[in-house]
Ligand binder design. Sequence first.
Ligand code: TXA
Ligand code: MG
Length: 317
Amino acid sequence: MPTHPSISLAKSQLEAGGIVAIPTETVYGLAANALDPVAVAKIFEAKNRPFFDPLIVHVSAIAEIEKWTLSTHPKLLLLLKVFSPGPLTVLLPKNEKIPELVTSGLPTVGIRVPNHPLTLELLSSLDFPLCAPSANPFGYVSPTTAQHVADQLGDKIAGILDGGACSVGLESTIVGIENEQVTVFRLGGLSIEALEKVVGKVVVKIAQNSNPQAPGMLDAHYATRKPLIVGDIVSLVEKYKEEKLGLISFENAYQELPFFERKILSPEGSLTLAATGLFEAMRALDQSDVSMILAEKFPDEGLGRAINDRLKRASVK
Ligand code: TXA
Ligand code: MG
């Protein structure tokens, strides 16, 4: 499947009920007309995704959100104003125009304004919103380039709108209101610290296994095919010295240890940069000759928390 940068081609494919991979700042999405259940069903089929895992709806501007929702909350509106377009998804009560298939029967819809020029232009040109999960087979690492999508889903979809590499590299942060408090249901590309600067203390309620609020936050997500283990690198290397080891680390190259391949996500110590390269590193090691991937635990602050969340979900228990 060739990738292309043509908005008009993507538009016509989507209008014809096809599913098209689209670039966003977080990860590539697999998009369909959110108002057309037949088109939406193709997403679940292509990804092999269970129907109980709801999809996020993408719109071109905050003003569009009220077309698909019953109400908003002042704090969520404030967050949208500050962080949209950007890696923020809000959960709001949906109206009857959004099919049940999109929300897996939940009364709320996850909705966001993605920050990518091609996708914003595409959304503005369409007269329907796009629902889009990450464009990877269910359970695998999310794609951050058009090529990642082509490699895994190329023969199952109508097109791939190529917008280059994703600038954030982690999925959006999902936020809703529970008991009148701003509650984070998925850690992502927008940090807790950034949210709290705007709305004060937030509650973090991340599902470890399945959770009725966020059925998609299953434990075995983002997984590589090779075993991935998170922990103290020195002791893990000692334990698994018979294996051909690959490394994912923050700043430290562990030059003294016998790694076959190393992915040092940010030698300069930026968690934001590390986030950008995480999924690419997981994919590259998965496709390399290593037999096992060892990952460091990242600092528990800023985007480090979301990186740790993804590594933990990808790791063997
Ligand atoms: O950054 C992103 O959010 C990317 C890009 C493509 O926009 N999309 C993405 O979609 O990560 P996906 O399907 O991989 O993850 C969406 C998750 C679901 O698995 C579920 O946990 C949560 O969002 N979600 C969606 N709608 C929800 C709802 N109504 N209530 C609770 N959780 C919801
Ligand atoms: Mg996903």
